[in-house]
Design a protein around this ligand. Structure first.
Ligand code: NDP
Ligand code: MG
Length: 393
């Protein structure tokens, strides 16, 4: 016993997942220690976290004035950008990299960490959607684990453990349905940013919350599941379950179905990805509150939520199409959050971007995927600038 604590580098430390992970790490100092903390621009929060967790490396997206770093522990080295993130994931004593930065800027450092055999606790599904093949390959080569943090994928991982892959009939990926589950298209057209940010069961960062409202999040998760569990999209079905208690299910060929359940609290799947194969005594509020109400299940309505259909189309096309889907979606969500397009304009914009971008099969190199991502962002910008969905601001 008394193994030394595992070193954890956190990408996206100041975000919803990052802070939940730090809550777990802070409660189990004998098991985990923070080696590196990375964020985008939020210097003040990152420095405050560094004061508490004393990492050897702190990384920000762009350089900042030294005066902004007051209070930093003397042994903490500050680095910037992608090169900085490479240093962060390679910080001395790092065993686990929590990939929880938003967007796709961490793709190369995360692939490098996987290739070096580190455990990747993966929240950042966009990385798998864009470059699944390369991340899976790197992890296989490195020999470390690629463990899901996303609650649905953690559920599937747990429902698959100990079973034979060839016995899986299909994956049933649960979705809360988001805040607009019962809304008409006409009502969704008028939805405000505040409406879309009001997720009924989960508290998350803004981008994923909007993705949950369009159901693009479920589309991205379907592609994520396909890579993680090597199951084709045609054998992954989405089930709407508004209570978010059943986190996903795996149906086997004998008709048996294994589900994983729990309160909707991201600290549970985060902790499992950090401590697997052990389970930590988290002592969080239990299931009691969820055992009294009804649990319901239904089919998603692809007409009202076309983003999910787009994800299946992109997954079916393969090659660079999922990268285009993801990049166009990121740009469209930003435009919605900035009040530039309507809620219903998000899926429409992504659809147009997929149609007008060459989604060829040529994704032989990571660079070809990164190029497709950049081209799709440009094309989506052009589509938005001439879009009729634009709110005249
Ligand atoms: P947040 O928006 O709350 O946080 C994003 C984090 O990424 C922040 O720490 C932010 O730093 C950092 N970041 C942004 N840009 C960069 C950059 N260029 N370089 C380095 N770091 C950057 O997002 P969430 O925590 O909600 O989500 C993070 C990821 O986890 C997403 O991919 C999401 O899909 C996934 N996920 C989230 C879930 C959740 O419950 N929240 C559930 C399942 C998956 P700063 O504060 O400086 O902006
Ligand atoms: Mg999820």
């Amino acid at each position: 016993m008394n193994a030394p604590p595992k070193g954890v580098a956190l990408l996206g430390a100041t975000g919803s997942i990052g802070l939940n992970a730090l809550d777990i790490i802070g409660r189990f100092p004998e098991r985990f220690r923070v080696t590196a903390l990375c964020a985008g621009k939020n210097v003040r929060s990152l420095v405050a976290l560094a004061e508490k967790f004393r990492p050897s490396i702190l990384c920000l997206a762009e350089p900042v004035a030294p005066s902004q770093l007051k209070g930093l522990p003397p042994r903490t080295r500050v680095v910037f950008g992608e090169a900085g993130m490479h240093e962060a994931v390679a910080a001395q004593g790092t065993d686990i990299v929590l990939a929880a930065a938003s967007g796709v800027s961490s793709i190369r450092p995360v692939i490098a960490a996987a290739r070096a055999g580190k455990r990747i606790a993966l929240a950042n599904k966009e990385l798998l959607v864009m470059a699944g093949r390369f991340l899976i390959e790197a992890s296989r080569l490195g020999g470390g684990e690629l463990l899901p943090v996303d609650s649905e994928h953690s559920a599937i991982f747990q429902a698959i453990e100990g079973h034979r892959r060839e016995d899986i009939k299909r994956i049933l990926l649960t979705a809360s349905g988001g805040p607009f589950r019962t809304w008409t298209v006409a009502r969704m057209r008028e939805a405000t940013v505040a409406d879309a940010l009001g997720h009924p069961t989960w508290r998350m960062g803004a981008k994923i919350t909007i993705d949950s409202a369009t159901l693009m999040n479920k589309g991205l998760e379907m592609i994520e599941a396909s890579w993680l569990f090597d199951v084709p999209p045609s054998r992954i079905d989405v089930v709407v379950h508004p209570q978010s208690v059943v986190h996903s299910m795996v149906e086997y060929r004998d008709g048996g179905v294994i589900a994983q359940l729990g309160p909707p609290d991201m600290r549970i799947p985060i902790a499992y990805a950090l401590s697997w194969p052990e389970r930590l005594p988290l002592e969080l509020p239990g299931m009691d509150r969820h055992l009294t109400g009804e649990w319901t299940f239904g089919k998603p309505d692809l007409r009202r939520f076309p983003a999910l259909a787009l994800a299946y189309t992109a997954a079916g096309a393969g090659g660079t199409a999922p990268a285009v889907l993801n990049a166009a979606n990121e740009v469209a969500v930003e435009a919605f959050l900035a009040g530039r397009i309507r809620f219903t304009g998000i899926a429409r914009t992504v659809g147009r971007a997929i149609e007008s971008t060459r989604c060829g099969k040529q994704s032989d190199t990571l660079q070809s995927v990164l190029d497709a991502d950049a081209a799709a962002r440009e094309e989506t910008g052009r589509i938005l600038s001439r879009s009729r969905d634009t709110r005249g601001r």
